[in-house]
Design a protein around this ligand. Structure first.
Ligand code: IPM
Ligand code: MG
Length: 369
């Protein structure tokens, strides 16, 4: 049987730097655990535009459809700010999500004990936090038609459309309920049913799926604005949050800060099962391309490393190895190793991106002893 396949799309900004550390870890699994992957690499985002005039070449799109998992770094940067909307770096990422039909985006926000003091919130509010935001990723206002900037009379009008079909809501709701069953059996669904028809339908469909298929799971509903407030007030009341594409984008950035740094948060974007039974999948850190620190060795590779841990768990059925990698990260943090985004303690000098990767590899070695 051939090895499982991975397509690496490191992208722009700090993407290639953080991905270099993931490659060390992929090699470690090959050398030390005889878990080998067939790795290929390609371009996405601004770097793809520079080479091909498009943020995602059709050949790259076709490759992404074939592999067992795509690992993505980050896209975008100020150099591309003035490009036409249709070829902006972000369009490459959005095309991948849409054409691979990755409707369920899991964004765990976990606060490592060693980092509880880095959060802008008090230690007891965040210590031990472990929640997952399930964000609908292929529909809603990100993709709804009509959209565009038109002229009406003597002024311009910007238009986007929030649109959800019943089946789109049902499938992401199921994925949240399934996840909750493997965790603490609790889902909170967030929308704005008080002002949006799409929110009314969202609430109805989530409730129906719950009653028919998942009545063993505890379900609550919250307006998304109140949900944002509750996330900051007492985030540990949540376990799994399910929400739409735009609210999920906002709520997951807010949740990221509960954990101390945006440099810590991984994500998995999952679609329907492929022939081998595993979901179509793309893994990426929640953070962006951070052009202000790109190329300086300052970036925190942990979000990207933890995204690979999610790949081990969800695409390769290697839950024990995912645990091993997550524990290695936890150990390195407990030992006081910090990249520049995690400073604040006295007398701590930051390590570089690559030193952080080396420390994680050392901790993996130690896990075999
Ligand atoms: C995210 C990002 C993306 C989004 C951008 C880069 C298109 O903010 O993954 O959260 O808005 O979905
Ligand atoms: Mg975002």
């Amino acid at each position: 049987m051939s090895n499982p396949s991975i397509l690496i799309l490191a992208g722009d900004g700090i993407g290639p730097e953080v991905m270099a550390e993931v490659k060390k870890i992929i090699n470690w699994y090959g050398d030390k655990r005889s878990i080998k992957f067939d790795v290929s690499e390609d371009l996405v985002g601004g770097c793809a535009y520079d080479k091909h005039g498009t943020p995602l070449h059709d050949d790259t799109m076709a490759k992404a459809q074939e592999v067992d998992a795509v690992l993505l770094g980050a896209v975008g940067g100020p150099k591309y700010d003035d490009l036409d909307f249709s070829v902006k770096p972000e369009r490459g990422l959005l095309r991948l999500r849409k054409e691979m039909d990755l409707y369920s985006n899991l964004r765990p926000a976990q606060c490592f004990d060693a980092l509880a003091d880095f959060s802008s919130l008090k230690r007891d509010v965040v210590a031990g936090l472990d929640i997952v935001i399930v964000r609908e990723l292929t529909s809603g206002i990100y993709f709804g038609e009509p959209r565009g900037i038109i002229t009406e009379g003597n002024e311009r009008v910007g238009i986007n459309t929030q649109r959800y079909t019943e089946s789109e809501i049902a499938r992401v709701a199921r994925s949240a309920f399934e996840l909750a069953r493997r965790r603490n059996n609790k889902v909170c669904s967030m929308e704005k049913a008080n002002v949006m028809e799409s929110g009314i339908l969202w609430r109805q469909v989530v409730t129906e799926i719950h009653q028919k298929e998942y009545s063993d799971v505890e379900l609550s509903h919250m307006y998304a604005d109140a949900g944002a407030m509750q996330l900051c007030r007492w985030p540990k009341q949540f376990d799994v949050i399910v929400t739409d594409n735009l609210f999920g984008d906002l709520l997951s950035d807010a949740a990221a800060m509960l954990t101390g740094s945006l440099g810590m948060l991984p994500s998995a974007s999952l679609g329907a099962p492929m022939a081998n039974g595993r979901p179509k999948a793309l893994y990426e850190p929640v953070h962006g391309s951070a052009p202000d620190i790109a190329g300086q060795g300052k970036a925190n590779p942990i979000a990207c490393v933890l995204s690979f841990a999610m790949a081990l768990r969800y695409s390769f059925d290697l839950g024990d190895e995912a645990d091993r990698l997550e524990k290695a990260v936890e150990k390195v943090l407990a030992d006081g190793v910090r990249t520049a985004d995690l400073l604040g303690e006295e007398g701590v000098t930051p390590v570089s991106t690559s030193e952080m990767g080396d420390k994680i590899v050392e901790a993996l070695d130690a896990s075999l002893a």
